[in-house]
Design a protein around this ligand. Structure first.
Ligand code: GAR
Length: 220
């Protein structure tokens, strides 16, 4: 049996990605143990999800710290004291300083609701709809010192329709987020992710023919 990688999940809100990770672990599809759920907001619903599954959870309120670095140092300390090897940012809505990134170099993942490097930052589903793109999706990447910039591990693509609203697109993307985040963590757990510069190689992957995606599709 594969080893179980000790992870810490950082959240700021609803925590549906956290739930997908919990569900994958409980279904024996993900070899990980959640050592800690850490939220920077006391009202994050994800804290309730952790509690419901008997997972340790803590609040570290950023408002109690005088600088970003001080908050990050406390977060690193908390995660290390719990034996966390891999940090999972799951809707954690704070920029990280080098203090945090260096402490978990190539051991911290983030999920972002766009096909990076398109639409980094905030309100990305709305920006994708307004731009009129035909495809969007989600990206799991390793975190480096630049926001939404690190080496890409896995992406899922979804169609975007002219009738879409921010909400309908966000829901379509979120469904795929819940599939790819547990998968990315499992690949890490199996020791199959190798970072070389900007690229992430996945060991043991059989290269399959990929077909082009078209939206709208060709007719006839
Ligand atoms: C997700 O869509 C995630 O990709 C996004 O926040 C949502 C959190 O949902 N993250 C970012 O935008 C990070 N820049 P959740 O709390 O239900 O997992």
């Amino acid at each position: 049996m594969a080893r179980k990688v000790p992870i810490g999940v950082l959240i700021s809100g609803s925590g549906t990605n956290l739930q997908a990770i919990i569900d994958a672990i409980e279904a024996n599809k993900l070899d990980a143990t959640i050592q800690l759920v850490l939220s920077n907001r006391a009202d994050a619903y994800g804290l309730m999800r952790a509690k419901n599954h008997g997972i340790p959870a803590e609040v570290l309120d950023h408002k109690n710290f005088t600088s970003r670095e001080a908050f990050d140092a406390a977060a690193v300390e908390t995660l290390k004291s719990r034996g966390v090897e891999l940090v999972i940012l799951a809707g954690f809505m704070r920029l990280l300083s080098p203090v945090f990134v260096k402490a978990f170099s190539n051991r911290m993942m983030n999920i972002h609701p766009s096909l990076l490097p398109s639409f980094p930052g905030l309100h990305v589903q709305r920006r994708a709809v307004e731009h009129g793109v035909r495809f969007s999706g989600c990206t799991v990447h390793f975190v480096n010192e630049d926001c939404d910039e690190g080496p890409i591990i896995i992406q899922a693509v979804v169609p975007v329709f002219p009738e879409d609203t921010e909400e309908t697109l966000a829901a379509r993307i979120l469904t795929q987020e819940h599939r790819i985040y547990p998968r990315a963590i499992q690949l890490y757990s199996e020791g199959r992710l190798r970072v070389e510069g900007r690229k992430v190689f996945v060991d043991g992957l059989t290269k399959e023919e990929t077909q082009a995606l078209l939206q709208p599709p060709l007719e006839g």
